[in-house]
Design a protein around this ligand. Structure first.
Ligand SMILES: Cc1cc2nc3c(=O)[nH]c(=O)nc-3n(C[C@H](O)[C@H](O)[C@H](O)COP(=O)(O)OP(=O)(O)OC[C@H]3O[C@@H](n4cnc5c(N)ncnc54)[C@H](O)[C@@H]3O)c2cc1C
Length: 425
């Protein structure tokens, strides 16, 4: 284990930090705080890694520079919503609650706002793979990160120009792509080439082997370094003069610092410390198919169907759907049917009802400008926040952890954290 590089110069006991939420963001943050010499306690109401971090596609989507809200998304929203297998849904039971968020989301699409938000995402995405390499090398688990490549696919031949334009756009960010068709496409992804017209291949793209396995590995490294874990619901976080208290049903825990990493559930805890953030739970769905010898070589994103398939150690994972349905509604069964429909269209051998499949729904933490919160409380600097990474929480976890811990110890952060302020709304 490397020597911590702060908090080490005296014989005083190490400073303590309580990290609320043991998803991928909280786990990376806990390890980063340990590296800086803190005594760290993680608190979660469940076992670590069972929130949104459990069931994602495991893809490090560093090329997703565009905020979710932009003019293109708004233009395509209605057709997406009307399509019975479309990726967008607004359950009626939640519609009245989501309206204020939707208004902010629409405002974020103004070109000047979208450009600013793109800059905020670009900073994080550019640093995300190096940060993951640092994090995993430090715990001797570098093999969990795989340079797999990624294939963005089109079925419609008339959309060849869209792919060419997208390649030019990606090049502006320094992202390498290759336009592939025919033989080359069949060589990259033999299982689905017959159903495709063309694709953009991202040779430098990474995925993880399995997102939940990654969470478990981070957690065991954390515990092996003298971390503590309290499995309890956090009811409130209260900054005091210099410390922070964290209230659970059984105890009041005191720390020098606390960091809230509770993903889509963060709004309530922030309300308790006088902050109102327009955070929504953007529900996404997955199927994990035990597909035997029906294999993919890399994650696949379908532009027209707007879903992703990813080869993971746990099976072939099919993910998608943006359902603005809040935290309380049950999963909607027909979303799983839509994922089956799309995956079978691209990989006809999946059209086999005997293949074992597991189904899951999770909550992406999404703010209207698509940027996370990585910040200190404006009046209580001992309380910090790292949440709201929308569709990119796995991608951005290691860099978000470095940034929030950097803010905690008061060091210069690698990138400018101004775009991620908690009171920017
Ligand atoms: C279908 C789907 C596919 C995705 N695919 C990708 C992908 O390929 N790549 C990518 O980068 N991102 C992807 N994402 C997004 C990514 O999974 C999330 O952004 C990320 O997991 C968020 O991590 P988190 O730690 O902030 O939240 P979570 O993993 O949800 O963790 C929050 C934790 O806080 C705990 N908690 C909440 N409130 C309390 C409380 N009061 N007291 C105690 N504990 C509490 C919860 O129990 C939970 O463990 C996907 C998401 C979905 C849904």
């Amino acid at each position: 284990m490397p020597l911590p590089d702060s908090n080490i110069t005296t014989d005083a006991p190490p400073l303590t930090v309580g990290i609320v939420g043991a998803g991928i963001i909280g786990l990376c943050t806990a390890l980063e705080a340990q590296r800086k010499g803190y005594r760290v306690t993680l608190l979660d109401r469940s076992e670590p890694g069972l929130g949104a971090s459990f069931g994602n596609a495991g893809y490090l989507a560093t090329e997703l520079m565009d905020p979710l809200s932009n003019l293109k998304t708004l233009r395509s929203a209605l057709p997406m919503w009307l399509n019975p297998h479309g990726p967008l849904s607004l359950p009626m039971g939640h519609l009245h609650k989501i309206l204020p968020w939707l208004v902010r989301f629409i405002c974020a699409a103004r070109p000047a706002n979208a450009a600013k938000n793109r800059d905020g995402l670009e900073q994080l995405n550019t640093e995300s793979i190096p940060a993951w390499k640092r994090c995993l090398s430090d715990i001797d688990a570098r093999e969990l990160l795989v340079k797999s490549g990624y294939l963005l696919v089109w079925e419609t031949p008339s959309k060849l120009d869209d792919a060419k334009q997208h390649a030019i756009y990606m090049a502006q960010f320094g992202i390498k792509t290759e336009l592939v068709q025919g033989e080359r496409l069949a060589q990259l992804e033999p299982e689905m080439a017959n159903n495709l017209s063309h694709a953009l291949y991202f040779p430098e793209a990474y995925r993880v082997r399995e997102p939940y396995q990654l969470c478990k590995m981070l957690f065991s490294a954390f515990m092996a370094r003298d971390g503590s874990f309290i499995r309890q619901e956090v009811q409130a976080v209260r900054p005091q003069k210099k410390r922070v208290s964290v209230q659970t049903p059984e105890d009041m825990h005191q720390f020098d610092h606390a960091i809230i990493c509770t993903g889509a559930w963060s709004k309530q805890l922030l309300k308790g410390v006088g902050l109102d953030v327009p955070l929504e739970a953007e529900r996404g769905y997955h199927l994990t198919i035990d597909a035997g010898n029906i294999r993919l070589n890399q994650p696949i994103g379908s532009v027209e169907r707007r879903f992703v398939m990813s080869p993971l150690d746990s099976g072939l994972r099919v993910v998608g759907m943006t359902e603005l349905g809040g935290l309380d509604l049950k999963p909607v069964k027909r979303r799983f049917a839509s994922l089956r429909h799309h995956s079978r269209k691209l990989m006809s051998r999946l059209n086999d009802s005997t293949l074992p499949v597991s189904e899951w729904m999770g909550h992406r933490p999404t703010l209207p400008d698509s940027l996370p919160v990585i910040d200190k409380h404006p009046h209580h600097p001992q309380l910090l926040f790292a949440f709201g990474n929308q569709h990119l929480g796995l991608t951005q976890a290691a860099i978000s952890a470095e940034l929030v811990v950097g803010l905690m110890i008061g060091s210069d952060t690698k990138i400018n954290c101004e775009p991620y302020r908690v009171n920017r709304f």
